[in-house]
Design a protein around this ligand. Sequence first.
Ligand SMILES: [Zn+2]
Ligand SMILES: [Zn+2]
Length: 362
Amino acid sequence: MTTQVTDHKGGVWSIAVPIPDNPLGHTLVHLLETDRGPVLIDTGWDDPDSWDTLVAGVTACGFGLTDLHGVLITHHHPDHHGLSAKVREASGAWIAMHAADTAVVRRTREAEPGQWLDYLLTKLAAAGAPDDHLAPLRKARATGGGRKLPGRRAALPDRGIDPGALLDLPGRRVRAIWTPGHTPGHVCLHLEEEHPSARTPGFGRLFSGDHLLPGITPHIGLYEAPDDGLGAHDGAHEGESLREGTDPLGDYLDSLERVGRLSPAEVLPAHQHAFTDAGGRVRALIAHHEERLARLRALLQEPRTVWQLAETMEWNRPWEQIPYGSRNIAVSEAEAHLRRLVKLGHAEGVPGSDPVTYRAVG
Ligand SMILES: [Zn+2]
Ligand SMILES: [Zn+2]
């Protein structure tokens, strides 16, 4: 175990906590010193090696685990919130999270083991997934199998993170910026203090979680949770799953603009590395999604199901080479883009089609 700790100066450190068997490699857990003891921003994946790295990292920053005052969670994903329960247990620190993500944590904890499989089956069938894709899920459901959800034992937070509010952190000035998109309750935290090196233009530093990363486009799906959409197939007609509800990609693009307007001098993301020029990165990400939406609209000159759309969209490799589980993620990404087009009035469901096919409008 090697501990990679970076001193970002001004009472801010990052600890690279490994994510086992994941190409992302690490979660950058940030430690922020306050007058009442250090506060962690995210905690890392729940794994013994990750835990040891986190503990060693806190020590390397010059603190003990019992000094910890609180834990601020950018969003509920297990590479960010996984170790929170352990940290709270070992230190007595409170855990804070935006209410929309706390709701996801609560629903995941309460979900029956088979519920996620039921949800996936319903959703994929409605998307037009072929039988050979559904068969393994049906088999797992019938035999009572299926993987355990990583969030089943995730910690319920002790307090909320209110959008736009200054956090109660003695001696520090940190404002919560609600940035839904990657998850419904994702927050960025703006450290409204002069950058310690003050060489870069902009103001303060932004803990950006997964919202703004230097070299990765975060996954935008449909805010899925295991108890969503159950029974939605009964009596579902054209556009049922898309007619109501959320527009995560729209949320994400709005959140990006909001963060761009903050013009932080430096961004401290939860993966990869710290970077400057937040505005440039924001513009690149918005352009990426606009381009994707335009291409999708062109593909819908011919009516397609969500599955067929996902098959023909451009991914980081040909569809045939995308592994089984990643295809499910690709389908939800396609759905999020499709929903945006439907919201904008650029696409619609074809009446009477089952599974629903979509076509471009105008
Ligand atoms: Zn995430
Ligand atoms: Zn992440």
